[in-house]
Ligand binder design. Structure first.
Ligand code: FE2
Ligand code: FE2
Length: 146
């Protein structure tokens, strides 16, 4: 089975591709296509954040006894991403070209920095400290409802 880094890192890339496709459609003012792609991106991201918050972070915190550190920062950044995506959904409904692209630039910066911290630090650490439970963790994450 895959490592946590491979499993969740791969999911980051899948989300990034949907994000880029939605942005591309908005920049062409293809609002019908953009809305469908944004909805898929939004759903994929909410699922990703839920896999981390409901399965990965609690397991990491329980194993390391740490609740105030890295995972707390990650949770706060997830909240910022959810708010930005909510605002992007509104901009999409209003077909607000400038508004959407401004928000998507902000989200992209936040998302890339966040994902880098997870892929360089948190996921490799989790692969280490939870090596024995890794397959079960991935199965539990796969079972999180989209
Ligand atoms: Fe995250
Ligand atoms: Fe992540």
């Amino acid at each position: 089975m895959a490592t946590i880094l491979e499993f969740l890192g791969g999911d980051h890339h899948a989300c990034d591709e949907l994000f880029a496709s939605a942005e591309e459609s908005v920049s062409q003012k293809n609002w019908g296509g953009a809305r469908a792609l944004f909805d898929r991106f939004h759903a994929a991201m909410l699922h990703h954040l839920a896999m981390e918050e409901n399965v990965l972070f609690p397991a990491f915190e329980a194993r390391t006894g740490s609740t105030g550190g890295a995972t707390q920062v990650m949770r706060m950044e997830h909240e910022q991403m959810r708010e930005l995506m909510q605002d992007m959904a509104h901009a999409m409904i209003k077909t607000d070209y400038e508004g959407y692209l401004g928000l998507s630039e902000t989200l992209n910066m936040l998302m890339q920095q966040h994902n880098m911290k997870e892929e360089n630090v948190l996921y490799p650490m989790t692969d280490q400290v939870l090596a024995g439970e890794r397959d079960n963790l991935i199965r539990s994450m796969e079972a999180v409802k989209p």
